[in-house]
Design a protein around this ligand. Structure first.
Ligand SMILES: Nc1ncnc2c1ncn2[C@@H]1O[C@H](COP(=O)(O)OP(=O)(O)OP(=O)(O)O)[C@@H](O)[C@H]1O
Length: 485
C-alpha cells in the first residue's frame, strides 16, 4: 500500500495531510496498527485529562447494562445531586474538574471544529497545493468561563505574525469579543486566546492585602483570563503610561494598596513626588516617608524655579541613599534585601514629564535629569526603585523609557504610542491600547516575564474613602464642647 505520512496541518475533511512531495511505501498492517495506537493514546489521554466527563459516563453505563434504562434514574439523581453539592461547596475545584473541561469539549466541537474551515479560508490561513486544500490543525481547546485557549498547529511556512495580522477577523468569524495570538507550547504551534466574555468590563474589587507582602509578586490587577496579575517591585522599576483619565492613579494606588503591610511594618518606604501640586496623592500623605508636591516659595509665590529645584533636591536625596547603600553592599550582595532597618525605597513620580520635558529652569532640569538617570540605571539592585506615571510617551519626553523593565500601557490616544511604551511590535502582538474605551478606565496591557505577547489587565479603583482608610485616622482637633473637627 502507498501511504503518505503527514507532517503538519489538516486536509479539509479531517484526515492527516501530506505536504511532503515524496511518498513512502508502508505495509498496510503498520498503517492499521499506527492508527489503532493513535486512537488508544488519544482515548487514554482524554480520560486522564477529563475525568469530569468520562467518570460520570462510565458510572451511567454500568447500571444501564445491569438493569436496563429504568435503572438509570437512581444513579442520574445521585450524580446530579453530587455535582450540585460539589459546585456549591467547592466551586473552584468544580469549575476546574467538571465545568471547564465540559465547556472545552462543547466549544471545540460546536464552535471551533464546525467553523474551522470557513474561519481559516476567510482569514487566508489555508493553503492550496495542486487542487488540495490544507488547513492549520485545530488542537486541544482549554476553556475557562471567559477565555477559550485554542492550540493550533501552523502549516509549514506560517509564522505567528500571519495569525496576529488576522486576529480581528478570527474573532469576528468565531464570534469572540477579541482574539489574541500567543506563542504555542511547542515549536510550530500558536495559541489563539478567544475572549468570549470580557471579565474586565466590570469594576475590579481590591485584592486582599497581605500583612507581609511578597515584594516580588504584589497582586495588583485582574487579567482577562481571570487570573491575578502580580507585579514585581523589588529589583525593578515600573513605568505607567496612559492618556488623561485612563486610570494611572488606580495603578499607582493599587500598588500602594498591596504594599500596605510592608509600609506599616516599615520594610518599605514610599517617597512620593507629586508635581501636579499634590492633586493625586495628598490624601495618602500620612503613608509617605517623604512627600514633595512643588509647594511655592512663600516670598516668591510665582517663582517656578523654587519648586523645580525642590524636585531636584528630592531626587538627589534618593541618589544619596542609593550611593550610601552601594558603599555598604559592595561585595556583600547583588540584590538588596529589604528589612525594617534598611527598607525598600519606592520613589513614586506622578507625572514624569513635569520633571523631564516641562521644567523651565536649566539648572533644575540638568540636576533632575542627572539624578533620574542615576536612580534608573543603578537604583534597582540596592533597593531604590522608581514607579513613574506619564501621559505622553513620545521619545523626546521620555529619554529614560528603556530603563524601566516593567511598562504598563493604559488607554493611549494614538496607535504609535503603544510601541513607544511597550516596545517594538507590541501593538502587532495584540496590545491595542488605542482601542481601549474611554468608559473603561484602569484597563491596560502589561508584558509578563517570559511571555512575548502583552496581557490585558484591569486595576481596581481605589476610592478616596479607601485611601483615607489606608492612611489611617485624620488628625482630629478638639473644638469647644468636646467635639472633633
Ligand atoms: N481602575 C478603575 N476602575 C474604574 N474606574 C476608574 C479606574 N481608574 C480610574 N477610574 C475612573 O476614572 C477617573 C480618572 O482616573 P485617574 O484620575 O486615575 O486617571 P489618570 O490617568 O490619572 O488621569 P490624569 O492623567 O488626568 O490624572 C477616576 O476619577 C475614576 O472615576
Amino acid at each position: 500500500m502507498d501511504a503518505r505520512i503527514g507532517i503538519s496541518g489538516e486536509k479539509y475533511g479531517g484526515r492527516g495531510l501530506a505536504l511532503r512531495p515524496e511518498s513512502v511505501k508502508v505495509p498496510l498492517w503498520i498503517v492499521v496498527a499506527g492508527l489503532l495506537g493513535r486512537w488508544l493514546t488519544r482515548s487514554i489521554t482524554s480520560i486522564i485529562r477529563r475525568p469530569g466527563i468520562w467518570l460520570p459516563a462510565v458510572l451511567l453505563v454500568i447500571p444501564i447494562r445491569a438493569t436496563g434504562p429504568l435503572g438509570l434514574f437512581l444513579p442520574l439523581f445521585a450524580l446530579g445531586s453530587t455535582l450540585a453539592g460539589w459546585a456549591k461547596l467547592a466551586p473552584e475545584s468544580f469549575r476546574r474538574v467538571v465545568a471547564w473541561p465540559v465547556r472545552s469539549t462543547i466549544r471545540r466541537t460546536f464552535v471551533y471544529r464546525r467553523m474551522w474551515q470557513p474561519a481559516m479560508v476567510t482569514c487566508g490561513l489555508d493553503a492550496r497545493v495542486v487542487d488540495q486544500q490544507y488547513l492549520p490543525q485545530l488542537g486541544p481547546v482549554r476553556s475557562t468561563g471567559n477565555v477559550d485557549r485554542v492550540q493550533v498547529r501552523m502549516l509549514p511556512g506560517q509564522i505567528l505574525e500571519d495569525y496576529a495580522e488576522q486576529a480581528e477577523r478570527l474573532a469576528m468569524t468565531l464570534d469572540a469579543v477579541e482574539c489574541r495570538v500567543r506563542t504555542g507550547q511547542k515549536h510550530g504551534q500558536v495559541e489563539l486566546w478567544f475572549l468570549v466574555n470580557d471579565p474586565l468590563r466590570e469594576m475590579v474589587p481590591t485584592f486582599d492585602a497581605d500583612e507581609s507582602p511578597d515584594l516580588e509578586a504584589l497582586p495588583v490587577a485582574l487579567r482577562e483570563d481571570a487570573k491575578t496579575y502580580h507585579l514585581r517591585l523589588r529589583g525593578n522599576h515600573v513605568l505607567v503610561v496612559g492618556a488623561t483619565g485612563a486610570g494611572k492613579g488606580s495603578v499607582l494606588w493599587s500598588l500602594v494598596w498591596s504594599l500596605q503591610g510592608a509600609l506599616r511594618a516599615g520594610s518599605a518606604h514610599l517617597w512620593v513626588l507629586d508635581p501636579k501640586g499634590g492633586m493625586e496623592f495628598a490624601a495618602g500623605a500620612p503613608l509617605f516617608e517623604r512627600y514633595c508636591y512643588g509647594d511655592q516659595d512663600a516670598e516668591h509665590p510665582l517663582e517656578v524655579r523654587s519648586y523645580e529645584l525642590a524636585f531636584a533636591r528630592f531626587l538627589e536625596a534618593a541618589v544619596s541613599v542609593m550611593r550610601d547603600r552601594q558603599s555598604r553592599l559592595r561585595g556583600v550582595t547583588r540584590l538588596h534585601e529589604p528589612t525594617t532597618d534598611d527598607p525598600l525605597i519606592v520613589v513614586f513620580v506622578d507625572e514624569l514629564a513635569s520633571l523631564t520635558a516641562y521644567v523651565n529652569d536649566r539648572d533644575a532640569k540638568a540636576r533632575i535629569k542627572a539624578a533620574l538617570s542615576l536612580l534608573l540605571s543603578q537604583g534597582r539592585a540596592v533597593g531604590v526603585v522608581v514607579v513613574a506615571a506619564l501621559q505622553d510617551p513620545r521619545k523626546d519626553v521620555l529619554p529614560f523609557r528603556d530603563l524601566f523593565p516593567t511598562r504598563i500601557a493604559l488607554r493611549l490616544t494614538e496607535p504609535e504610542q503603544v510601541d513607544m511604551t511597550l516596545g517594538d511590535g507590541a501593538r502587532r502582538r495584540g496590545a491595542l491600547c488605542d482601542r481601549i474605551s474611554e468608559g473603561l478606565p484602569g484597563i491596560g496591557y502589561v508584558v509578563l516575564d517570559g511571555v512575548a505577547e502583552p496581557v490585558r489587565v484591569r486595576f481596581p479603583f481605589i476610592s478616596d474613602d479607601d485611601i483615607r482608610l489606608l492612611a489611617g485616622p485624620p488628625n482630629l482637633r478638639l473644638i469647644d464642647g468636646g467635639d472633633v473637627a
